[in-house]
Write a protein that binds this ligand. Structure first.
Ligand SMILES: [Zn+2]
Length: 484
């Protein structure tokens, strides 16, 4: 045999083996979605809608300045809950922590088992001054129009409070008793950090030795066109929250007259440091909750995309490159840097003696504050620039292998049979982080199917929810309580 023929044969057989192995890996990828057991919940729509509509009319607004809280509205909201959910209030124990955080304990038939917690919050963000007239319906009207309920809090997050209570009321009326204890916990200051609400609740329960199997909070929703290659809507359950930290870069030194400047001024050096950080960036790495998202969605992808993800060991650099090209997906796989404040100079002809910049960072699970600070110092390579870094690291990563995650997934599938339910990493904060103190697992999921526009409405204008979504959210909580 001629030499080139042999070489060709060897190459061809390598290629053949490569194709067989990678295609085999692709076709044997198994779905991680439990088969839906369609919910049998019967929810009385008119009553449920009337409740959410009225809930919106109470102005339970959170302000950064706590002295601005109008607690009469919070008190009226609590009275409204008592009136609307009489069975819950008759049969469950209610405790008020810091007056306005509500903790309902529903004792199960087997209290020896660890309890679960369902949480949401009833405070809402203010309506931005000057935007009131952009609302199609008054933000605190609770108007019901064209299949939708309107107003501040319909999505974030009175739907959670009402959805949970509506489901509990219905189950109690059916004579249902939960298997284990269930705690319903409602915060009143989530929008400003949850210190007096969820944080205080978690501390109180921890002091009593209570430990949850899991706590479920608001978080990711079900969205279409979320993951490339997946036709079905994807519901994402946050299993960890990125850390949030603030870096200050500052330099001090002689200023002087601008007529005889040095080659490198304070402003120039801070600018150059930021330019280097943006140029270098933190390394993207498909791991942790970001990787989990694709593990759960890959089996549902079209063949081409499935092929790529099933053979991640070959294609990882390409996948990462694609993810890093878009800010939303880049944030899933790396610690991000966002310069937000630049301070220097007062007068057009005087060199400032000090220049400083503030950078907001969101940390990946596993990236510690010390490591991030050291990386910044390495990248900027300027000994005269002082770097300080304060903030919080990412929360712990909750399990996706145990029954706890599957219980959330199953309940979601029972209501949204078509949706692919997958874990992911939250970029924004919520009350869930406080419950890390009393729970192995904290999941973050808002059981509604919405689009990007709805997401913007959440803290913006024309917040609203469809009646269909609201009823499905109630059914989801119903399924969770039945399923645990
Ligand atoms: Zn919220």
């Amino acid at each position: 045999m001629k030499k080139w023929k042999l070489a060709f044969l060897i190459m061809a057989s390598f290629l053949l083996v490569f194709v067989i192995v990678t295609v085999f890996r692709t076709v044997t990828v198994k779905s991680k979605q439990p088969a839906p057991k369609p919910t049998q919940a019967v929810i009385y729509e008119d009553a449920a809608v009337a409740h959410l509509s009225e809930a919106i009319t109470y102005k339970t607004i959170s302000y950064q300045d706590r002295s601005k809280f109008d607690f009469r509205e919070f008190e009226r909201f609590i009275a409204f809950l008592q009136k609307s959910y009489p069975t819950v209030h008759r049969q469950l124990e209610l405790e008020r922590i810091n007056d306005y955080a509500l903790v309902y304990k529903w004792t199960g038939t087997n209290s020896a088992k660890k309890p679960i917690g369902l949480t949401s919050h009833y405070d809402v963000v203010p309506v931005l001054t000057g935007t009131e007239s952009n609302w199609e319906q008054d933000p605190f009207s609770g108007a019901v129009d064209n299949g939708k309920i309107w107003g501040r809090g319909t999505l974030d997050d009175k739907i959670g409070v009402l959805g949970i209570l509506e489901a509990a009321e219905q189950l109690l009326k059916e004579g249902f008793a939960p298997n284990r204890d269930i705690y319903l916990m409602f915060g009143f200051d989530e929008e400003i950090g949850g210190d007096e609400g969820a944080n205080a609740v978690a501390k109180t329960l921890r002091d009593r030795g209570i430990e949850f199997e899991f706590v479920l909070d608001e978080g990711g929703a079900i969205v279409e066109n979320m993951v490339p290659g997946v036709v079905q809507p994807v519901g994402v359950v946050g299993i960890s929250e990125k850390g949030s930290a603030t870096a200050e870069l500052s330099i001090e030194g002689s200023g002087g007259h601008s007529s005889q400047p040095k080659d490198h001024t304070n402003i120039g050096r801070i600018s150059s440091a930021i330019a280097k950080l943006e140029e270098t960036q933190f390394k993207g790495d498909l791991r942790g909750p970001g990787e989990d998202l694709f593990q759960f969605t890959a089996p549902e992808m079209s063949f081409g995309m499935k092929y790529v993800f099933a053979n991640k060991f070959i294609f990882e650099p390409i996948i990462e490159k694609i993810l890093l090209a878009e800010p939303a997906s880049a944030a899933l796989i790396r610690t991000t840097i966002a310069p937000t404040i630049f301070q220097a100079g007062e007068q057009y002809n005087a060199l400032p003696e000090k220049a400083a910049a503030i950078i907001n960072l969101r940390l990946m699970p596993g990236d510690s504050l010390e490591e991030v600070k050291a990386s910044i110092e390495d990248i900027i390579e300027d000994q005269d620039i002082q770097v300080t870094l304060t903030g919080s690291e990412a929360t712990k990563v909750s399990s996706i292998d145990g029954w706890e995650f599957k219980a959330v997934q199953q309940a979601a599938r029972n209501v949204y049979g078509q949706a692919v339910i997958a874990p992911y990493l939250m970029f924004a904060g919520s009350d869930a982080k406080h419950y890390d103190a009393v729970s192995e697992n904290t999941y973050r999921f808002l059981p509604v199917q919405i689009n990007a526009e709805d997401l913007n409405r959440m803290h913006g204008t024309n917040e609203r929810v469809s009646i269909d979504n609201y009823i499905k959210a109630i059914k989801f909580y119903y399924e969770i309580m039945k399923g645990v």
